[in-house]
Design a protein around this ligand. Structure first.
Ligand code: BYC
Length: 331
């Protein structure tokens, strides 16, 4: 007997109810699921989609900050930014490897990114106009990323959870690097303080959108919570982020660009104004300021790197042939 629609990212998987129950029991017992374990096809697909999207976000996320490496105001700032951008590249690579353990190939994932089939975080479709944007990205974007990714260290899929531990340690350095830039600007000249405020004005709402649509509009949320891939819902994480970040803005002496922002004594957290979901879906659908440029940059990098991939494969082939020949000679 099959229970269609019970499970699965796209509702198309058909699995035996006893099998699904056994799998859910492992999840409920907090066992980690490893790549060679049996798993519902929907669980595998959900993870490939989510880890792939996460990997693409790290790689595309190198572009807005990479834009400022040559223009960082001091050598120290340049070195820190360079290290941060390199870290993002590393995160992308661990994540592609984690997705590969589920049977997705790197070429396939890249093709999906470049053809617009796979998403990456909406946040990276906004331009970095001033040096303060680098501070705002570290503080807000990496701050949002940490809020989202700390719970992913407890994700039910082992390779993803383990990759997140190192990623989160590095994101924590990134967040401090960004906040320290904001602190310097906020305590600087009037022009520097205005630059910091302008960056907060432009990055605040897109940072809140990073957590995804409201829970009621989240397609995958309920199932991913049940499978303990996600540990908190989109709205829960967004709220935690607001509650942690508003006092940080106050410490900087900057104003959060939300006239409806208000401390709610009863709930013990902040109420916020409405999020512009039309803008979110427009950006996710390719209509953001930088979407075309981001994909063009990734396409160029992929095409320019073709010779490196070919050379690495040729080298691996020759090495394997040499090893086989020396094994045969020894026999
Ligand atoms: N942007 O059902 P939902 C970083 C899509 S990298 C674009 O709630 P889910 C960093 C979603 O994919 C940060 N699309 O989805 C790097 C789905 O569409 P599909 C990246 C979004 O998966 C460099 C639809 O909307 N972090 O921090 O349950 C420098 C419905 O959503 C977005 C991760 O990827 C978005 N913001 O929840 C600095 C973390 N939000 O796929 C920093 C891992 C939603 O059905 N991912 N969509 O076509 C997650 O935690 C979850 O995937 C999300 C979404 C919370 C993002």
């Amino acid at each position: 007997m099959y229970s269609q629609g019970l499970i699965g990212a796209d509702g198309a998987t058909q699995e035996d109810e006893a099998f699904l129950d056994r799998f859910q029991a492992r999840i409920d017992a907090e066992e980690k699921i490893e790549p060679n374990d049996e798993m519902p096809a929907g669980y595998r697909r959900t993870l490939i989609r989510m880890i792939g999207q996460h990997a693409h976000s790290e790689i595309v996320g190198m572009l807005p900050e990479g834009n400022w490496i040559t223009r960082a105001p001091t050598l120290k700032r340049k070195a820190a930014l360079l290290a941060k951008v390199q870290d993002e590249g590393g995160h992308g690579l661990y994540l592609y490897c984690a997705a590969e353990t589920l049977g997705a190939s790197r070429d396939q994932m890249t093709e999906e990114l470049l053809t617009g089939k796979a998403k990456y975080s909406s946040i990276f479709n906004y331009p970095t106009l001033t040096w303060a944007d680098i501070g705002a990205i570290g503080w807000l974007v990496d701050g949002a990323a940490i809020m989202n990714q700390i719970p992913l260290c407890r994700s039910s899929f082992g390779p993803y959870a383990r990759a997140m531990i190192r990623v989160c340690k590095e994101e924590s350095f990134h967040q401090r690097q960004g906040y320290e830039i904001m602190l310097a600007l906020a305590n600087g000249s009037d022009a520097q303080k205005a630059m910091a405020q302008d960056a907060l004005n432009r990055w605040w709402w897109p940072s809140l959108m990073m957590f995804g649509p409201h829970d009621a509009d989240s397609t995958h949320g309920d199932q991913s919570m049940k499978w303990k891939i996600k540990r908190f819902t989109n709205d829960e994480l967004r709220q935690k982020f607001v509650d942690a970040t508003v006092p940080q803005a106050e410490f900087l002496g900057l104003t959060v660009p939300d006239p409806d922002l208000k401390w709610n004594e009863e709930r013990g957290s902040y109420d916020i104004g409405p999020i512009d979901w039309d803008e979110f879906w427009r950006v996710v659908g390719g209509g953001g300021i930088m979407n075309t440029e981001r994909i063009a940059a990734r396409t160029k990098a992929w095409e320019d790197g073709a010779w490196v991939r070919e050379a690495a494969l040729a080298h691996a082939r020759k090495r394997a042939e040499r090893q086989q020949a020396s094994r045969q000679a020894a026999e």
